[in-house]
Write a protein of this length. Structure first.
Length: 277
C-alpha cells in the first residue's frame, strides 16, 4: 500500500487471505474490535474482486454474504450482529440496540451504540469513514462522510447524538478518520466549493481547497473532517487522521473515481467487546 507519509496510522493485519486495517490508537482503548477492509480475501470476481462488501453494486448476493462472513471471522465479531444501513449522504444518525437490531435502516449515514457485541458497519469507495470510541461511557459511533456529509458536519452530529444518548463528552472520545480519497486526487467543481465556503470559516479555506487553471478545485476532505472533529471538542492527541488514499491504491482498495464507478465497496467495522465470563 502506498501511504502519503511515514506516520504509523494503520496496522496491516492478515487472517488467512483476508487483509484488513486497524488503528493502534483505537486498539489501545482495549474496548473495541474494529477493522477496515481491503480488496483481499473475498470470493467476488471481476470488478468486485474480491472482498466486495456492498449488496448495491450488482454483485452476487451470496458472494457478498460470504465476504461479510469472512470479515466478521477475521475481526472476531458475530456475523448475526452486523448492522448495516442504507447510506444516502445524509447526516442522520441512528442508535442501534439489541431490540432494534433487525430493523431496516433507510437514509442513515451514522450509527451509534453502547451495547457490546453489536457491530456497526458502514461502506465506502472514496468517502470518509469516521470512527468514535467513548472509553468513559463505553459507547461507540461510526459514520459515513462524503462531501455532502462533511458540509453537513455528520462528525459533530454523531458526537452530539452520542452525548444525548450516552452522556459522551467529545474531549474523552478517541476518534479516527479512515481511508478515503486524498486532496491530490479529489477534483471538484465550483458549486461544491461554494458549499464548503458556506460551511467553513474563511480562515480554513487555504487548508481545504485550491483552484486550478481549469477552474476546477482540489478538495481536502481529510482536513475538513479533522477541523469538524477538533471544533466539536475532540482532542488532537485523541485523533488519528488517515494517510491512506483509496484512489492512490486502486489495486488494494475500491475507489469510485479510479474505477469510474465500476467497483465493489469497502467497509468499516466497529464493535464494543463483549465481557468474557
Amino acid at each position: 500500500m502506498k501511504y502519503k507519509n511515514e506516520e504509523h496510522i494503520f496496522q496491516e493485519n492478515k487472517v488467512g487471505d483476508v487483509l484488513y486495517l486497524t488503528y493502534p490508537l483505537l486498539e489501545q482503548t482495549g474496548l473495541v474490535q474494529h477493522g477496515f477492509s481491503t480488496r483481499f480475501g473475498g470470493v467476488s470476481e471481476g470488478i468486485y474482486s474480491s472482498m466486495n462488501l456492498s449488496f448495491a453494486q450488482g454483485d452476487d448476493e451470496e458472494r457478498v454474504q460470504e465476504n461479510f462472513k469472512r470479515m466478521a471471522h477475521a475481526i472476531g465479531v458475530r456475523e448475526d450482529r452486523l448492522v448495516r444501513a442504507q447510506q444516502t449522504h445524509t447526516t442522520n444518525v441512528h442508535r442501534v440496540t439489541l431490540d432494534n437490531l433487525e430493523e431496516p435502516l433507510q437514509d442513515i449515514d451514522g450509527l451509534i451504540t453502547n451495547e457490546p457485541g453489536i457491530c456497526l458497519v458502514t461502506t465506502y469507495a472514496d468517502c470518509v469513514p469516521l470512527y468514535f470510541v467513548d472509553p468513559v461511557h463505553k459507547a461507540i459511533g461510526l459514520s459515513h462522510s462524503g462531501w455532502r456529509g462533511t458540509v453537513g458536519r455528520i462528525g459533530s452530529n454523531t458526537l452530539r447524538e452520542m452525548k444525548v444518548a450516552f452522556g459522551t463528552e467529545p474531549k474523552d472520545v478517541i476518534a479516527a478518520i479512515g481511508p478515503s480519497i486524498c486532496q491530490d486526487c479529489y477534483e471538484v467543481s465550483e458549486d461544491v466549493i461554494e458549499r464548503f465556503k458556506e460551511a467553513f470559516h474563511e480562515t480554513y479555506w487555504s487548508d481545504l481547497f485550491y483552484e486550478k487553471e481549469n477552474k476546477k478545485y482540489q478538495l481536502n476532505l481529510w482536513k475538513a473532517n479533522e477541523i469538524i472533529l477538533l471544533e466539536a471538542g475532540v482532542l488532537k492527541e485523541h485523533l488519528a487522521v488517515t494517510n491512506l488514499c483509496t484512489n492512490c491504491n486502486p489495486d488494494v482498495l475500491f475507489s469510485h473515481r479510479a474505477s469510474k464507478g465500476q467497483r465493489g465497496a469497502l467497509a468499516a467495522f466497529l464493535t464494543l467487546k463483549e465481557q468474557e465470563d
